[in-house]
Structure formats: structure tokens, C-alpha cells
Write a protein that binds this ligand. Sequence first.
Ligand code: TGC
Length: 399
Amino acid sequence: MGDRLSTKGVSSVTTDYLGLLGEVPESERALAARARAIVEEALLPRVAGLYDRGEFPLDVIPRLAAAGLLGASIPGIGNASPLAWGLACLELERGDSGLRSFVSVQTCLAMTAIARFGSDAQRQRWLRPLASAEAIGCFALTEPAHGSDPASLETRAFATPSGYRLSGYKRWATNATFAQIAVIWAQTDPAAGARGIRGFLVPIGAPGVEVRPIERKLSMRMSSSAEILLHDVEVPADALLPGTTGLGSALACLNEARYTIVWGAIGAAEVCYEIALEHVKARQQFGRPLAGFQLVQQHLVEMLDRLTAAQLVAHRLARLKQQGTLRHQQVSFAKRHTVSAAQRVAARARALLGAEGILLDRHIIRHLANLETLATYEGTEQIHTLIVGADVTDQPAFR
Ligand code: TGC
């Protein structure tokens, strides 16, 4: 299998145990099919090398745009259904989480912020270029001292006669090293607390914007992560996203990105399960295939159990989103569920491959490492536990 993992012909047969895909109309599979083609042709043959070098494949971006993946979920741009979008995110993550994260940040964070909270002029200026990849966007909420608690962020937007002066320090912004535009979340009025937080469109090339890549990651190595330092950056009044009304606006964008993580985690889990299953069928020890041992079968069935439960959660989430009744607490529930399931599946798959399981060329260790990021970014597993806990008890326990 080596560096040239082929996913053709195995995924729906071996990982769709309850036949969920059989109920998905062809029209809702087309986007995912295009994503899969890109992954198989343009990513998988070289993914281990890219990951090893910590390099994002910039040359794939035009193909993602041509396939309609950038902005696919944005009304008026892609118009993909939640299910079609989720399945596409699953396929992207089967390649690598860095690819799904690129598409997710561009679409769910940068484009959603503009589509929902931008002025007509901002939408006109940015949405089509972002969908066609003429422009790349990023999103900066987290700060070195404020991750799980963004309400306390310290980046300030001071009103000036011509607009705003932004000063602050952002961290963990995906895509920032090659983006043209950043959605920056800043406090405009500390007395207003979380409701004083507003979003701003800041060109990465503006004087005073400094982007510093975050190096030496051992997870999500194919994704570009960066810090954004704002050294008294002057922006005009129309840099403000006028529809933003507080932290809730930023969190509304995160809901969209969290939805893609729900699906992406399943893609990673599927690949790990498939590779492990193929391996134990082929690998002979003690005179017979590993697959014939009871302990191995127990591992496989528990992996399939978690994977299938995660698929059911994701499909249900898509249905709720389609109906317009999805609550953000349900997204938290699902992110927590599918990422945790994928972590268990990937860890067991790694063990089933023995020493081979730690090789980049066997893919599993890469997904396992990436899943550490999925369990952390856009709300840690613990934060999502507390969001659901508050929902079921009416007792917020964050502070
Ligand atoms: P809280 O008082 O609960 O909420 C403040 C306001 O926001 C509303 N709200 C939401 N609205 C939409 N969607 C959600 N998911 C929402 N959650 C809360 C809420 O109703 C309220 O509205 P209003 O009108 O009453 O003002 O806020 P809190 O300060 O108590 O915090 C709650 C908590 C901890 C759940 C929240 O802060 C949280 O989700 N924390 C995790 C933050 C997080 O996910 N950070 C990661 C950011 S992503 C990033 O920067 C790096 S990844 C992106 C990349 O890869 O580039």
C-alpha cells in the first residue's frame, strides 16, 4: 500500500455497515465524489512527503475551487445541502485533515463571517473571489492567553476619526501564511463585555500586520497555522463587519466549522479502519491471518461499532441542519462524539498494525496525530462536554 494508498472500491463496502450511503441521492453525492477524486489524484500519492515536510499543497487549491468546494455550504454561492457538504468534508479528511481544515476555514469561518455579518459591499467584494480562490481567507479569534475563553480576548479596536486602530496578538489561525484577508475579532468596548466583540476584515498585507508561522507541530503538519500580530493597524470604518453583535457572532461561525469537524473525523476513522482490516486479513502470525484471532476481531468490531455510531450521529445532524432546527449544543454533542470515536478507532488501528502502524507511509499515525488537533481546536472536548452539560442541566459550569 505504501505511499500510494488507494481508497477506491473499499470505503462504502467496508465502512458503511448500516448502508447509510445507499439512501443518499446521487445529487447529494456529487460534491463528495469530486472531493474524493482530488484527494486520490492530487493528494494521496504525496501526502506522506507533504506531512513530513510540514507543507500545504498550494497547487491543489485551484482544483478545490473548480470542484465547487470553496463556499459550497454558503447560500447563494455553493448551495450544497448539509448532507452533501458533510460527505464532501469526510472525503477531504480521508486525504488529510489539513485539506479539510483549509476548505473549512475558507468556507465556514472566512466566508460565513462575511456572508452573515458583512455589508452588501463586503459580500460583493469578497465572496466570489474567496469561492474561486482568487483570495484566501483566515479567521483569528484565539489569542495566546485566551483559547477556551474567547470572551476575555484582549485584542482592541480603538475608534479613530477615519475608522479603527487594531492592536493585539492572535494565535492558531489556519491559512494565515498565504491568506489575503483575515477576519479579526476584537474588543471595541470593554465595558460591554462579550457583546463588545466585533469582527473586522483586515488585509494581511496592511501595514502593521505581521504573520508568524507556527513551526514544529507534530499534529496537523500539512496545515498552515500562524500567529497574527496587529501592531496598531489602521483600517477604514468599512472594515467592520456591521452585522457582528458580540462573541455570539464569532461562535456562530465556529458552529459551521465544527460541523465540518464532525464529518471530517469520520473520514479519518474510515481510512484507519479500512487499512487495519486489510492488514489483519493479509498479515500471517502463528500460522494464520491475524483476522482469525478473537482479540483482533473484538478490536475490529469495536472500531466498526464506534465508526457506525459516529456516522449515524453525523447523518442525523445533517438532517437537523437541513430542517433548520439544529442547535449549537447538538453540534457540540456531535463534535465531541465523532472525534472521540475516531480517536479510539485510529488508536486501535495503529495497534493492529504493530510497528508498521507508526510509519507515515501507512497513514494511520498521521490521522491519529491530526485527531489530537480535532479534539482541541474549535472547542476542546472538555468545553463541548460542558456545553452539553449546561444544556441538559441548565447549570453552566464554565467558570
Ligand atoms: P456565553 O455567554 O455562553 O455566550 C456568549 C454569547 O454567544 C452565544 N453563544 C453562541 N452563539 C452561537 N453559537 C454558539 N455556539 C454559541 N455559544 C454561545 C450566547 O448565547 C451569548 O449570546 P448573547 O446574545 O447572550 O450575548 O459565552 P461564555 O463566555 O460563557 O463562553 C461559552 C463557551 C465557553 C462555550 C464559549 O466561549 C466557547 O465555545 N469556547 C470555545 C471557544 C473555541 O471554540 N475556540 C476556538 C476558536 S477557533 C480558533 O481561533 C482556531 S481554529 C480556527 C482556525 O483553524 O483557523
